[in-house]
Design a protein around this ligand. Structure first.
Ligand code: FAD
Length: 142
């Protein structure tokens, strides 16, 4: 079985609010667990960035459904590669939001005045999510 990692960025539509995000997370956590998919979803009030990792056919199937979802648009693939290890093995879908605790990470990956995931390279996108997740894990420990 082939394992892959997929990272994309997208822009929220007017159909998306906090309740919608809660609903997305609830569905994702159930469906991803059933499909052996792990990952994280980052959001910053306008944009999403998501990493999905798991069996190739399952990741592709979920991504096809995500692309059709009207709660976001301009879905752009940032990374798609085979992977031997998972970056987020403990999260069926971790949720990362911009906050005071991770402002430093956000600034590190901000080129102009505003964070723009569409400008990130594949490795920057991956490193960004890994660093944001590390901050979240630290917060959860305290
Ligand atoms: P259905 O509910 O029958 O969906 C049919 C189609 O309608 C799908 O294409 C779906 O995308 C779309 N859709 C469903 N509900 C809505 C709604 N309220 N508004 C607009 N369109 C809708 N799902 C996962 O399983 N795993 C994930 O990791 C995941 N991440 C997501 C990240 C983002 C940013 C978004 C926007 C959605 C995400 N989803 C995820 C949800 C996913 O798009 C589907 O809604 C969900 O998987 C159920 O799809 P379905 O085809 O099984 O069912």
């Amino acid at each position: 079985m082939r394992f892959v990692r997929l990272i994309y960025a997208s822009r929220m539509t007017e159909d998306c609010d906090l309740d919608a995000i809660q609903a997305i997370l609830a569905v994702s956590r159930t469906k991803n667990k059933e499909r052996d998919i792990t990952g994280v979803l980052f959001y910053d009030s306008l944009m999403f960035m998501q990493c999905l990792e798991g069996p190739r056919s399952n990741v592709n199937e979920v991504y096809r459904s995500i692309i059709r979802d009207k709660r976001h648009r301009k879905v752009q693939l940032l990374e798609y590669c085979e992977a031997t290890d998972r970056l987020f093995p403990d999260w069926a879908m971790g949720f990362l939001g911009a906050s005071d605790g991770n402002r430093e990470v956000l600034e590190k990956y901000t080129e102009a005045s505003k964070f723009d995931p569409y400008r990130l390279t594949a490795s920057q996108a991956r490193d960004f999510l890994v660093e944001m997740a590390a901050r979240k894990r630290d917060t959860l420990k305290t």
